[in-house]
Structures are given as structure tokens and as C-alpha cells.
Design a binder for this molecule. Sequence first.
Ligand SMILES: Cc1cc2nc3c(=O)[nH]c(=O)nc-3n(C[C@H](O)[C@H](O)[C@H](O)COP(=O)(O)OP(=O)(O)OC[C@H]3O[C@@H](n4cnc5c(N)ncnc54)[C@H](O)[C@@H]3O)c2cc1C
Length: 401
Amino acid sequence: MRAQAIVVGAGPAGAATAILLAERGLDVLVLDRARFPRPKLCGEYLSPEAVRVLDRLGVLKAVDGASPVELRGMTITAPDGTVLIGHYRAMGQWRPYRGSALALPRLALDAVLADRLRALGVDFREQVRVTDVVREADRVVGVETVDASGAARTLRAPLVIAADGRASVIAQRLGCRRPHRLRRMALGTYVSGLDDCRNMGEIFIDPPDYAILNPVGPDRVNLSLVVPLADAAPWSARLETFFMARARQLPHLARRLERARRQTAVQAMGPLAYRVAPPREGGVLLVGDAAGFYDPFTGEGIYTALRGAELAADVAAGALEGGDTSAAALAAYERRRRATFGDKALLVRALQAVIRRRRLANLTAHLLARRPDVLDLLLGIIGDFVPPRALLRAAEAKESR
Ligand SMILES: Cc1cc2nc3c(=O)[nH]c(=O)nc-3n(C[C@H](O)[C@H](O)[C@H](O)COP(=O)(O)OP(=O)(O)OC[C@H]3O[C@@H](n4cnc5c(N)ncnc54)[C@H](O)[C@@H]3O)c2cc1C
């Protein structure tokens, strides 16, 4: 039977969109070039609100079965060594779903989502690579694919959901992808031997770099280091050497890593940021990293993928059920994305301006050290369960006092 929607990519964005469409009784075909479980360079932090969406997808029990680490908050070390400790907690009417964030290896998270696809009977084909979109007039009507044996096929459907990640072939073929002037690279590995790294994420800010430690299991900590791309590029053949030397240059991180042992090879990715314009064509929606990515500092990538999937599935289901997947019928998706993610995107950019400047980062840390309530509010926003406007309201309330 011909699918009503082809979902390209079975990462968090694609798997979640397909699960939600399948639950509404729609025929979905999911294609991924990889064979699962597959590796993905990631800090492996799941914001408290991402946990809510995982519950809605019916996978939270399976996620719990994979023994995620519950993160109660974040410890942030400023360039001058000022330490801030923020917690996820109820803030007025807003509360973290289940009280904490989670840290879970992507191998486990993505496998849980793929299992849910299979359990729902979704036609999920691994090792099928999408090479191009098929267009007719002003619409996308399918995709060109190549399978593991090298066989090429054209697959058609009224709707194509591009969830093919940061190198999205679909976004590129539609001419939507643009470079970003923030040019950074991430390097990541797992380390062991860290004392007392159990239920808090740790961030070390040291412009122009920052590093994040996330405990993902017993004596296993995900370490990400983000640096200017220009500094790392000359070392592309010797990333391990660069990584070790650079981590030693961040004094507070270096102290924290004194007894740490590296468990895996260093993985690298960059440039991290890129922009994606919404497609003008009908018959297509971009979800997750395929729709753009900025920086992993505030850790909303998986949440954005999952929440974006909720928005996409709502609009897609309405369009498919109404028999109209034209650009006009799908336009609500982009409006809802802007309404949902726009304010946080502004805050994230403001935070980036702070963490790129040593004096400003120290000054901000001193202010937050005196206002633990504002720090927790900020953590709630970063954790996606407090709306960014709450910060403005807190500032207005202070001024009127
Ligand atoms: C260094 C780093 C650290 C990060 N840390 C965090 C963090 O701690 N927390 C967080 O929330 N986010 C983090 N992120 C962001 C997060 O990893 C992404 O936002 C998230 O993976 C997006 O999910 P996705 O489903 O859109 O894409 P992906 O997870 O990349 O999935 C895309 C899928 O598409 C498939 N695919 C690609 N091309 C094709 C093709 N042509 N044909 C068929 N299939 C294809 C791939 O095989 C893959 O399975 C981090 C990102 C980076 C770079």
C-alpha cells in the first residue's frame, strides 16, 4: 500500500513524528540510511520537558528501563571560578515533568524510539538512503532512494517529512540551508574516574570555549568541549591531541578532570550552527535538526526535535485527513514553530553573547550568585518547562518593588 507520509530519518524528530502519525491511524513509511542502534555525537541531556514528550510517545517506561541518570540541576563554573548551582524545581505555575532532567546515551534513547516504531507496526526501513526529492510543479511528491544493495527506487507520498538531521539532503535539495556566522566545533568523548559526578550536569565557561559534563551511567560521563572552528580545524588529523591540550587550558575543567580517564575515541563535529529557511514547496515539512541548529550550550536539540514532531504531526495529520498537503495547508506548522521556539531562541542568543565574553560572563555569574531564584528560573527556561517571558516578568516585578 502507498504510504500517506514518508518520514526521512528515524532520530528523535523522525521517530516521534512517525509514532504520532501512526497513532492517528495514518500509514507512514520511515526511511533511515543507518542501521539501528547507530552512534550520534550528542551531550545526551534530555530536558525535563523532553521527558514529557517521551511519555506522550509511550516510551518513558522503556527509557526508564534503560537506566537514565536523573539530573536535579546544573553546576555552572564561570571563567573566574564563581560556581552557580541551579535546580529544576516548581516555579509558580510551572513545574518540571517528573522533577528532573535525564541523561541517557543516544544509542539507548534512539533504540527505544525505533522499537516503538516497530511495535506500532510502522513500515521502518533501515539502510535506505534518500538521495533527492521528487518534485512536480510547486510540490514535493516523493523521494529518490538507494538501499544497502545499491538498488535505486523512487517512493511517492502526499507528504514527505524531512527529519534527516543536520546534513539534511532534503533541506539542501530544496535550497533551504544557509551557513551561520557562529563557527564552532564540538569534540566529545566519555570519561570515567570523576568524583561525585552523579546527579548534576556541569558546565564550564571559559571564552571562547565551554565544556559540559553529563553523567550518563555509573562511572561514565559524557564530556563535550566546544571551541571556535578556526582553532580546531588545523588539528583535524590529530583531534585527540588537540582535545587533551585544549581541555587542560580550561583551568577549572582541568582540575575537575585530574583523575579522569578517557574511555572512547574523541568524536568531532563542526561547524555546529546553520540556518534553514522554511521550504516554499507544498508536500514537505522539516523537523528537528533538518529545520536548523544553533549551538548545544542550552541542550534543547532533542526537545526541539520531539516538540517539533508534535507540531508537525498535528499539522500533517490535519492536512492528510483533509486531503490537502499544499504549502498553504502546511503553513500553520511554521507559525506554530515560531510561536513555540521563538522566545527561547532569542534568550539562547543572548546567553551566547554572554558566554563569549569573559568579563560579561563573570559579571552575570556574580549577579546570579546573589539571585538563586533567578538562576532557578533560568534553569527552568533552559529545561523548557518555564516560558522565557517569565524572566521578563521577574525583572519587571523587581523594578516595580
Ligand atoms: C556536540 C553536540 C552536543 C549536543 N548535545 C545535546 C544535548 O545534550 N541535549 C540535546 O537535547 N541536544 C543536544 N544536541 C542536539 C541533538 O543531538 C540534536 O538536536 C538531535 O539529535 C536532533 O534530532 P534529529 O532527529 O533531528 O536528528 P538526528 O538525531 O541526527 O537523526 C537524523 C537521522 O536521519 C538519518 N539520515 C540522515 N540523512 C539521511 C538520508 N539522506 N537518508 C536517510 N536517512 C538519513 C540519520 O541516519 C539519523 O538517524 C547536541 C548536538 C551536538 C552537535
